[in-house]
Write a protein that binds this ligand. Structure first.
Ligand code: AMP
Length: 292
């Protein structure tokens, strides 16, 4: 966190150009400050703010980015409808010790005629990669662009997007990027629903149905605690939770190796339970580590 006397009058400062944010970072680093970066698509909630809080606590300066990245949405998805509320986002960020908010235009991130895309690592292929072809090409591309523009010390991501954290970690290792990737726990509503900007699409009934995701993970966790080891049996009980809630459009229910995302048949070591389903207009994901 910058000391009060070091902070600019407008707080947090807002910039829209890559060259400005890059200059700011260079100056802050030259002054010996450590910098935390929190990339978001806006429509901020307590999940995003937990990453912001971690950065403010661990770094001298915090930069939040707000950009709804078109290349990570696949055809027919909700890019146009995705919730956007920058004034509210800035109000929330003003309540934290955020130093700079980077809000680029689409043209700033994808200049006219740009066609370079990052080929993500292998861990992008299963799960989300199968359901949302090229989603992680878009994620890897925007994250790499942001890392270039904002050479921070630490970048903060949420465990809710577990596969994304693996993709980013692997990309950073493969490309020898000197940035630490910090992963923060999933923030949930009191009844277990993982916070998501897409929860805004849910009506009251769908909000109830959406609990199937976190409930199914709780069921998996309890089964493992009581000695169940067979993935097939655990998955069939998780599937029943979705059926009971009337959620029919399931993208996947999987028990996978937390490092490789390869499916596991028996839960004899820490295993990631991960689910994706459509509830109304919202495609929701959630996950939990099972520890036998
Ligand atoms: P998004 O704006 O959805 O791209 O998310 C920006 C960052 O916030 C990503 O690293 C997400 O994983 C993280 N995030 C989203 N929801 C949550 C949550 N409920 N708890 C913790 N982190 C979250």
């Amino acid at each position: 966190m910058l000391r009060t006397e070091d902070r600019p009058a407008q707080h947090p400062q807002i910039v829209g150009q890559a060259i400005e944010v890059h200059r700011w970072v260079r100056q802050a680093r030259a002054a010996g400050k450590t910098i935390g970066l929190v990339p978001t698509m806006g429509a901020l909630h307590a999940g995003h703010l937990s990453l912001v809080a971690a950065s403010c606590q661990q770094c001298d300066a915090t930069i939040v980015t707000i950009f709804v990245n078109p290349t990570q949405f696949i055809g027919g998805e909700d890019f146009e409808a995705y919730p956007r509320n920058v004034p509210q986002d800035l109000k929330l960020l003003g309540q934290h010790e955020v130093d700079l908010v980077f809000i680029p235009t689409q043209d700033e991130m994808y200049p006219a005629g740009s066609s370079t895309l990052v080929l993500p690592p292998d861990v992008a292929q299963p799960l989300e990669g199968l359901c949302r072809p090229n989603h992680f090409h878009g994620v890897a591309t925007i994250v790499l662009k942001l890392f270039h523009m904002i050479p921070a010390d630490v970048a903060y991501f949420g465990q809710k997007d577990y596969q994304q954290t693996l993709v980013v970690r692997q990309m950073v290792a493969d490309l020898r990027i000197s940035m630490r990737i910090a992963v923060c726990p999933t923030v949930r509503e009191s009844d277990g629903l993982a916070l998501s900007s897409r929860n805004a699409y849910l009506n009251e009934h769908q909000r109830e149905q959406a609990l199937a995701l976190s409930h199914s993970l709780q069921v998996a966790s309890q089964l493992v605690q009581t000695g169940e080891r067979e993935s097939a049996s655990i998955i069939s009980k998780m599937r029943q939770v979705f059926a009971d809630a009337g959620v029919a459009k399931i993208d996947y229910i999987a028990l996978v190796d937390p490092d490789t995302l390869a499916e596991v048949r028996q839960v004899n070591a820490p295993t990631l339970a991960t689910v994706a389903a459509h509830v109304g207009d919202a495609r929701l994901i959630d996950n939990q580590l099972l520890e036998p």
